[in-house]
Design a protein around this ligand. Structure first.
Ligand code: HEC
Ligand code: HEC
Ligand code: HEC
Ligand code: HEC
Ligand code: HEC
Ligand code: HEC
Ligand code: HEC
Ligand code: HEC
Ligand code: HEC
Ligand code: HEC
Ligand code: HEC
Length: 548
């Protein structure tokens, strides 16, 4: 406590007076009805066998330890494991000040009734000595899973962090020791318990957390506003103590398990777990503790977590048009079509490019083609002779097969092809999202590509027919009137001739050989295409070149 000598003296005498009188309305009445009344009259299940004084467990006017305010409880000699994380700017040290007072009981190493200078502890009912292990009130000496304490919370820390209130604007109930130290007592008042857990203010709707934290986008996000979750506030995913995932105080160690209790088949909210249980899925369960919000997308090692695609603090339900990110994907890092890292992806594909472009986590292409490229950024490059219009509008002004909702001026999402096969996008009742599918490569609908010849059925190419009308494609209206013959009569998959993404100019694609997404599947065809001459010279034909 930072007081001048005279001030300190008056202050101590005030406490002595209070302690001697014992029954001063403010403190005494407050403490008496709380679990901090450890005397025989206390309401909790941890109480003394016979001791009647309330304040004595923490303060005494006589034989106090040198610790203020007239502290009576024996201090702990423990050395603590501290909270640490890559995103923390503060530098918490070993606990100091009021935090050490709390830990003299709450680290579970010192007998609850052991007073400074006493040989034996005051006996507690039920033979309890220290805080029983296994109780959540026993924080233990490992504080790495607890909200950081005993550091300076200053205006400059708030500025460095960027999502904290300036400490001079804290609500009056929230106090910093000596004006700057964040301690247990910033959130708790050991003498009063009107809000539960000795909190200094109610934490319903995250009120206490928001006294200091200002997470960008939070106030309008679904997790802050939707009924069923709004009241829980930050505690829907975080806990201030005994966190399963120590770093960033998440409820569970496995990141996705923090989300599943609400977002699984038994949870009250949209069920996405069903999709993650499908054979083909983004493997969120495969790695734990690899994802880091500060990671450099260009060098991160292989992993994927919910927070890679969703920013849990900023999710809204806003819809968007391609290529822009929709509400659920707002505020997530990305890599642009030019390969630059951005903090907030504007376009959906930029999120995917973090892990499927220059730093590719799927090391092989699914279908061996004449020109192969695992870097999806290069496959959707606007300089290519052909590409599906994901990063910019397509190159072909005449695509007669497009259904009326689409035109050559349209753009589409990666998630128009890669999505749940039971979501609303494909007419199902399940959740949407690039989470999982029973189809290979997380495709939203069926797309047969591994057999030739394959007897025709419209459902084999359901993926393409979502946007391309087979009635036109297999008629003379198509720019390739021979579609019907190849696909229906000879049993060729679209994939035998077409690349679904784009053919990279950097891989050698030309407007002669690779226009119209032509990039043959080398398991079934070798040869070449000439878009100018409208002909093919390929292994399947007995006579070459064949014109169309
Ligand atoms: C479970 C422990 C505990 C009990 C019981 C307890 N106190 Fe305290 N008291 C504390 C702690 C810890 C502080 C230091 C708070 C701080 O630094 O903000 C404190 C501080 C004080 C202060 C200094 C002013 C303040 O509020 O910071 C007074 C006065 C005081 N206590 C009076 C009492 C009285 C009177 C009783 C009995 C009716 C009592 N306390 C019971 C833990 C306790
Ligand atoms: C003299 C020992 C002692 C000291 C010092 C002490 N506590 Fe406690 N505290 C207890 C005991 C005993 C309980 C009851 C634990 C239980 O029931 O599991 C308790 C319970 C609590 C609870 C849980 C209340 C609830 O409703 O479950 C909180 C929060 C708490 N203390 C915070 C603090 C803080 C913060 C400080 C320091 C400002 C502090 N305590 C100092 C002994 C102490
Ligand atoms: C940033 C705010 C904050 C700080 C700092 C903080 N706590 Fe807490 N604490 C809380 C909240 C909020 C709860 C209620 C948790 C809940 O509702 O699940 C809580 C609960 C508790 C409990 C009850 C057991 C439990 O896990 O629910 C104890 C005991 C406790 N705190 C002790 C401490 C001690 C000791 C310190 C300092 C070492 C401390 N707290 C620092 C916010 C804080
Ligand atoms: C008294 C102010 C205050 C309150 C109240 C508070 N915090 Fe904090 N919290 C901070 C400060 C300051 C930091 C350190 C930030 C930094 O170093 O960048 C922090 C750090 C954290 C961290 C670790 C961040 C990281 O990057 O590792 C988490 C998680 C967190 N708080 C969650 C919560 C939650 C949840 C609540 C509500 C139960 C809460 N806080 C209440 C001030 C507060
Ligand atoms: C829907 C779940 C969820 C809710 C609700 C939530 N968080 Fe988080 N929070 C997370 C996850 C997950 C991370 C880790 C992000 C990552 O690893 O990329 C995180 C990270 C953080 C961090 C570390 C810095 C950062 O942003 O990465 C802080 C601080 C934090 N949250 C504070 C809060 C506060 C304060 C609230 C309430 C206002 C809150 N969170 C609500 C899930 C949530
Ligand atoms: C305590 C329950 C709870 C937890 C835990 C939770 N959510 Fe939610 N989530 C909700 C509620 C409620 C909504 C809004 C209602 C709805 O749309 O179902 C929601 C909505 C969402 C949405 C937007 C859905 C839409 O309509 O577009 C996404 C995305 C989401 N959550 C992701 C996450 C992620 C990622 C996590 C873990 C970091 C998580 N949630 C943890 C309850 C939860
Ligand atoms: C944080 C990294 C990450 C992000 C972001 C990401 N993915 Fe993935 N993706 C992976 C990992 C890891 C795998 C599994 C790779 C493996 O097992 O070969 C995968 C697998 C896939 C597969 C299956 C590949 C196959 O042949 O079966 C597809 C398709 C896919 N992702 C599409 C997307 C799309 C579309 C997006 C953007 C909406 C996206 N991914 C965002 C990491 C990511
Ligand atoms: C028009 C539909 C369509 C669109 C749009 C689409 N994909 Fe694909 N994707 C496929 C198909 C079909 C495959 C299966 C492999 C093949 O046919 O070459 C595939 C395969 C993949 C694979 C597996 C590795 C590989 O290249 O074979 C990844 C990763 C992938 N896509 C990511 C993406 C990303 C990222 C986007 C957006 C930037 C995207 N896809 C857009 C249809 C599409
Ligand atoms: C979400 C809608 C959508 C889906 C699904 C889709 N396409 Fe397309 N496709 C388009 C649009 C829009 C264009 C127009 C691009 C342009 O004008 O260059 C296009 C153009 C094409 C072109 C002509 C490209 C050119 O440069 O001439 C081919 C070939 C093609 N798609 C094949 C496929 C195949 C094969 C599938 C199934 C794997 C498929 N498409 C799935 C929307 C889609
Ligand atoms: C590879 C990226 C990726 C990962 C990883 C991912 N999501 Fe999603 N998620 C999406 C996309 C894309 C959408 C659809 C957004 C849209 O409709 O624009 C989505 C949508 C959602 C929705 C809303 C579904 C609906 O029907 O409205 C929820 C809820 C959700 N995700 C939760 C999660 C949870 C929880 C996790 C982790 C277990 C997770 N997501 C992991 C990309 C991802
Ligand atoms: C034997 C090779 C081959 C197969 C198999 C094939 N295509 Fe094509 N397709 C072409 C060629 C060549 C063109 C370019 C015609 C032109 O513009 O000169 C083309 C053009 C297109 C176009 C743009 C013109 C239009 O009619 O809209 C679409 C879309 C298309 N194909 C979709 C498909 C789909 C879907 C399948 C599978 C059901 C498929 N193709 C199967 C060779 C093939």
């Amino acid at each position: 406590m930072k007081h001048s000598n005279t001030e300190a003296c008056i202050f101590l005498w005030l406490i002595v007076l209070l302690l001697v009188l014992g029954a001063v309305p403010g403190w005494a009445a407050g403490v008496a009805n709380t679990k901090h009344n450890l005397s025989v009259s206390g309401p909790g299940d941890i109480v003394a066998v016979s001791e009647r004084r309330i304040c004595i467990f923490c303060h005494t006017p006589h034989h106090a330890s040198p610790v203020q305010p007239l502290w009576s409880h024996e201090m702990s000699g423990a050395s603590y494991n501290l909270y640490a994380s890559t995103t923390l700017s503060a530098q918490p040290g070993q606990p100091t000040g009021a935090s050490r007072l709390c830990l003299s009981c709450h680290d579970g190493t010192v007998a609850l009734g052991l007073l400074h200078g006493a040989a034996t502890p005051l006996p507690m009912a039920g033979g309890i000595v220290t805080l029983p292990s296994g109780r959540s009130s026993n924080l233990q000496t490992d504080l790495s899973d607890d909200h950081p304490v005993s550091f300076s919370y200053t205006a400059s820390l708030a500025a460095t962090n960027g999502e904290l209130r300036d400490p001079s604007t804290l609500p009056p109930a929230v106090k910093l020791e000596n004006g700057d130290l964040l301690q247990c007592t910033s959130c708790h008042n050991p003498h009063k318990d009107p809000y539960g857990n000795f909190l200094v203010m109610s934490n319903t709707g995250a009120a206490l957390c928001l006294a200091c934290h200002q997470k960008t986008g939070w106030t309008v996000s679904v997790h802050a506003t939707a009924s069923g979750v709004a009241d829980q506030g930050c505690n829907a995913c975080h806990v201030p103590h005994n966190a399963g995932g120590s770093q960033r105080l998440l409820k569970t160690e496995m990141e996705e398990e923090t989300c599943f209790p609400c977002h699984d088949e038994a949870g009250s909210e949209i069920d996405v777990k069903t999709d993650f249980n499908k054979f083909h899925h983004h493997p969120v369960e495969a790695k734990t503790g690899v994802h880091d919000p500060l990671e450099d997308p260009l060098s991160a090692s292989s992993h994927v977590e919910c927070s890679d695609c969703h920013n849990p603090h900023r999710i809204t339900v806003e819809a968007a048009t391609p290529p822009q990110v929709s509400g659920p994907l707002k505020g997530v890092k990305g890599v642009t079509i030019n390969g630059l890292v951005v903090d907030k992806a504007d376009n959906q594909y930029e999120i995917c490019f973090r892990c499927h472009a220059d730093n590719s986590f799927s090391p092989v292409v699914a279908v061996p083609r004449q020109i192969q490229e695992v870097n999806e950024r290069l496959r959707f490059d606007p300089a290519n002779p052909a590409f599906h219009p994901v990063a910019t509008v397509g190159r072909n002004p005449s695509v007669p097969s497009l259904r009326p909702e689409y035109s050559p001026a349209s753009m589409i999402y990666c998630s128009d092809c890669h999505n749940s096969d039971s979501g609303s996008m494909v007419g199902g009742a399940g959740a949407d999202g690039v989470h999982g599918s029973s189809n290979p490569h997380l495709l939203a609908a069926r797309y047969e590509q591994d057999a030739y010849p394959l007897s025709y059925s419209e459902s084999n190419y359901a993926l393409c027919f979502r946007c391309h009308d087979p009635g036109i494609l297999f008629s003379s209206l198509s720019n390739f009137p021979s579609h019907w013959r190849h696909v229906q009569r000879f049993g060729a998959s679209c994939s035998l001739c077409h690349d679904p993404h784009g053919v990279p100019v950097l891989g050698g694609a030309t407007t002669t050989s690779n226009a119209h997404l032509i990039n043959f599947d080398t398991r079934f065809v070798t040869g070449s295409y000439d878009s100018g001459g409208r002909s093919c010279t390929v292994s399947c034909h007995q006579r070459n070149p064949r014109r169309y």
